[in-house]
Design a protein around this ligand. Structure first.
Ligand SMILES: [Zn+2]
Length: 65
């Protein structure tokens, strides 16, 4: 059986295809990881994309007027 560390808490896990929280050990670790992404704990270029989207919306609004 293959073992791997939970990406969130580093606990050693045994790979189990029936674990719905893979690759995490539990729902808690899965949620923590998603929360870290959502709160911007990782560097993501999300702001840039959002600004592009906003200005595109503004432009199309102006054209409709
Ligand atoms: Zn974990």
């Amino acid at each position: 059986m293959s073992q791997y560390p939970c990406p969130q808490c580093q606990k050693t896990l045994v790979w189990n295809p029936s674990n719905i929280h893979r690759p995490f050990c539990s729902e808690r670790c899965q949620q923590l990881d998603l929360g870290a992404w959502a709160s911007g704990a990782y560097a993501i270029p999300g702001d840039e994309l959002e600004n592009d989207f906003s200005s595109a919306l503004l432009e199309s609004a102006e054209q409709q007027d």
